[in-house]
Design a protein. Sequence first.
Length: 132
Amino acid sequence: DQMSIEQVSKLLNTQAFIIERIVRAIYPAKRNDESIKTLSKLEVHKITRILNGTMDVRTLIFFTMLDNNDDQCITYNELSQFYEQYLKGLKTFAGSQTDEFIHALSKRFHLDQVGSNYSPMPRSSSLSHALL
C-alpha cells in the first residue's frame, strides 16, 4: 500500500515539504528525486520512528534536512530557504516577521557573517551510521 505525501503530512501533523525533506535525508537514493509523490507504509513507519526517536536522532535528521548540498555544513542560504518555506506554511505566523526570525536564527548559529557555515557533527559522521 502507498500513501501520498499529503496523506502522510496530515497523518503526522506536519507540512508536506518536511516529509519530502525527511525522505531525502533518510533515503540517499531519493536525495535528488524532485518528484516524491508516494511512500510505502514501511517508509511511513520509519519516518514515524525517527520523529518519535531520541533528540540526537531528530537533530541529525533536521541537520541533514537543512544541508541541501551534502557538504555537512549549513549555510545562511540553506537555513533561510528552509524557514521561509516552513513559515509560509504556518497559518499563525505573520509573513512580515520572516526576515526578522531568520536573521535571529542566523545570529544564533553564527551564520550572519559572509562565508559562515555551521556544522554540529564531525566530518566522519554519517547519517546511516548514526541511525543504526
